[in-house]
Design a protein around this ligand. Sequence first.
Ligand code: THG
Length: 287
Amino acid sequence: MAENLKTILSSQTKTVEISRDKPTVIIGERINPTGRKKVQAALEAGNFDIIRQDAADQVAAGADILDVNAGVPGADEPTLMRQVMRVVMEVTDVPLSIDSNNTEALKAGLELYEGKALVNSVNGEERSLQAVLGPVKDHGAAVIGLCMDDDGIPETPEARLAVAARIIERATSLGIPIEDVIIDPLTLTMGADSQAGKITLQTIELVIKEFGVNITMGASNISFGLPDRKYINAASVAMAVYAGATCPITNPLVTEIRTAILAADLTLGRDVHAMRWIKAYRQRKAA
Ligand code: THG
């Protein structure tokens, strides 16, 4: 069993520690125009009100980090990434996860950011490794490594572990500390493959046993296309936390998801005197 590693992220004023000894860190997923027509239209029109609201609401609901994705089709993504990040940093002070598959947008975000950001993401494709890891190293950032490569998302947990190993090897050979690589096992929807959840959980276990790194995942992907997604997401995120996921990307505004994560932390002995559980309960009662 590898040692449990700690990842430290920071903004100008806040530090967040990700580790299996600490409560689960929630990365808020909502600042993302993908699949949200209203957000796309607002961003195209230069209206950032929804972004401000999403940022403030997610932090109030328990997000420790905010994922920022500015991928509007046809837009100048580096410029839009900077604009969206500025707006988010005006209304909140949590560390950011800079989410893009466009290297120029990632670099633009890193240049603007003050603190230690999370870069979302690199994958096992040669082109991605070459483009993303250099800027991550230069800015002293942390990075999410996706378990996929030129051949797509491998079917077996063992093959996904092999991709994780390659990403970790390349990152550390460039001088990025292993604790600054967070692995994403990737989650396909169980609407298309009933084994998708199990494969993700087994990948988490293999990666942790081998490397001890922190684990993220797009925890909502698992339920795409299925009805009553929130119940699936709540149960599966709790199981992922038990398997070793430390910083899921999810929506804390959904009470079922937020409470499932708090209950998982309580069950795993990461909530001393149930203080976090009770505090969240009082917040819901007051709202
Ligand atoms: N891994 C990593 N990063 C990621 C993902 C991942 N970033 C993007 C995505 N996947 C995670 N983010 C989201 C954001 C929103 C939704 C799911 C994942 C989502 N949105 C609702 C929908 O599409 O039905 C719409 C919400 C609304 O309209 O209010 O489900 O896997 N590293």
